[in-house]
Unconditional design. Sequence first.
Length: 482
Amino acid sequence: MTEQRVLAPSPLASLGDHLAAGGGRGLDAARKLGPLGIIDHVEAAGLRGRGGAGFPTGRKWRTVGENLSAVVPPTVVVNAAEGEPGTFKDRAILRANPYQVLEGALVAATAVGADRVVLALKASFTTELARVRDAILEVRAAGWTDGIDLAVVEGPSHYLYGEETALLEVVAGRQPFPRIAPPFRQGVDVVGDISTVAEVTMAGPANPTAAPPTLVNNVETLANVPGILAEGPDWYRSLGTPESPGTIVCTVTGRTRRHGVAEFAMGTPLRQVIEEVGGGTDPGERVVAVMSGVANPLLPASLLDTPVTYEAMQDAGSGLGSAGFIVFDDATDLVAVAHGVSRFLAVESCGQCTPCKQDGRTIAERLDRIRQSEADEHDLAEVEDRLTSVIVGARCYLANQHQLVVESILRLFADQVAAHVAGGVASAEVELIAPIVDLRDGRAVLDEGHFDKQADWNVGEADSGQAPADRMDQRRGDPAEA
Ligand SMILES: Cc1cc2nc3c(=O)[nH]c(=O)nc-3n(C[C@H](O)[C@H](O)[C@H](O)COP(=O)(O)O)c2cc1C
Ligand code: SF4
């Protein structure tokens, strides 16, 4: 393991502990540097967003700063909705040191001139909510906020809540249905009807009264910021690679002896991450593949020495995502995994884009038949066919995830798929692919309740067959509780 920059080795009890560990200096430096100086620092450090896409943080902040409204200040939203299966790192960071995240968010607010920071968590994250609320009281009392309002929003459990435009919908009091326009173009304070956001006028010098953009960043991204400001870009780049500087907080679950979260220098081989956190597989088994969340093609065991960086994981045909590594061993039926992922994504799809929901459901149903060895060649052909159409017109990345993950399993484990289709193997147990609800005593507790969630997002009752976006008449509502 490496120098702990983002994930405190043990939970900090108070803001005093954070200050004693060197905290607070990032915010001091930021207020001296001013907006452009802060952005230059973050850009020079090469920080990339840890929410999954690895987008350059400095570039995002600069874009927001260049498109400000002359009338209404922008908002910074901290994406703490963590719902990617296999990922627990944001909650681990918030449990250990919420002060560092608040410090990073206040630096971001200073950089873009925001007068409000909203921390968006799930209502079910009771431990983290309590920790964040206590921390807010402490930083307010310490005079850190300097006129910037700090608020908390408790959102729903749906996976899409973490998608950044859906997050803004929830912050505005609506359902987590992704928008067409990105947050730098249409922020929390929507003007007009959200169905026409594609035509939204961008704020900026030419449109002084247009609505302000919103800056959305992931918890871990913001936890990296205080160190960059306090120690400088060169210090930040002393770990990691030129394209992926710094450290990354990894979650390891699945078929390993232990489950856990730990911070590594970018560039550490994936095998080492899995060994150090997971302690190896069960006796007699060996790793056959690793899946990073439900967002990227699987990485086969032959590529287990791939360095954990954005570029190396991509070159290996996979992707880093939010570094939530789910490990599969010899004893795993990968067809059941394909079905588990497909079912999860088909259920979580909101249905604003018809192929994502309809083709997604069909893929999940056919894979379920294949898993039970009750399918034939037609079912497999149907899966392959729908995998090409599922992404048509997709408004957000969820549909692409469906395609990427399932296609990779069909390709890498074609023998297992063929054996199920031929009826030559027994029906495989269902594989639960669902968010982690807690990490206790070295084991991840998965959301078993997801089995009862229907594709129309009702829980427990029969599926109406309608898409959530058609069934839920809640595009508008009262603002979420702050
Ligand atoms: C279906 C879906 C779910 C997502 N869930 C999360 C999430 O739980 N947390 C998160 O930070 N980003 C999530 N993202 C990524 C966000 O849309 C966005 O890229 C991120 O908040 C940007 O912050 P960053 O630049 O700091 O990474 C999700 C994206 C998609 C498509
Ligand atoms: S791609 Fe799927 S999840 Fe994303 S907005 Fe469209 S229907 Fe909803």
